[in-house]
Ligand binder design. Structure first.
Ligand SMILES: [Fe+2]
Ligand SMILES: [Fe+2]
Length: 163
């Protein structure tokens, strides 16, 4: 194990902590524990800084053309290999909630692959528009929020505008 492996491991660990602390902050908000929520959000921000510092040293962040290709590879791996095998095993184990969670993600990753590919193909001549993300399943749409999420059937208000 060299430092390159350790950077990878540290990036993975910090990324997990970032996500976990944001979830913990949301849980604290629900309980009305404002100070706990604030601390978790502050720690999440610090872990984000650590994760991005490690990632930069791994040579993973390049120009947008390369970053779009990199992201397409990641999304494609997820929806063609990772999630199909995860879904098959969850079905075999009868873990229906995991099946649904994996299916939601797989459907979204497919759309992400398309959004990334479309933008890469048009890069330099793209039209600017906002994106809308379903807060239930992560389905992502360019330009408008649909009346109903095509993936999980959530209503329009569930979509979060990202600009
Ligand atoms: Fe994705
Ligand atoms: Fe959805």
């Amino acid at each position: 194990m060299g430092t390159d492996d350790n950077l990878k491991a540290a990036f993975a660990g910090e990324s997990r902590a970032f996500m976990k602390y944001l979830a913990f902050a949301a849980a604290a908000d629900k309980e009305g524990r404002k100070q706990v929520a604030k601390l978790f959000r502050a720690l999440a921000e610090a872990e984000r800084i650590h994760a991005q510092s490690h990632l930069a040293l791994m040579g993973q962040v390049a120009d947008s053309e390369h970053n779009l290709s990199n992201a397409i590879d990641g999304e494609t791996y997820e929806f063609t290999q990772m999630y199909p095998s995860f879904i098959a095993l969850a079905e075999k184990e009868g873990n229906q909630r995991a099946v649904i969670s994996f299916r939601n993600a797989m459907a979204a990753e497919k759309v992400h692959g398309n959004l990334l590919t479309n933008l890469l193909e048009k890069l330099g001549a793209e039209k600017e528009s906002d994106y809308y993300v379903c807060s239930i399943c992560g389905h992502t749409v360019a330009g408008y929020a649909p009346e109903k999420c095509p993936s999980c059937s959530a209503t329009k208000e569930k979509f979060k505008q990202v600009s």
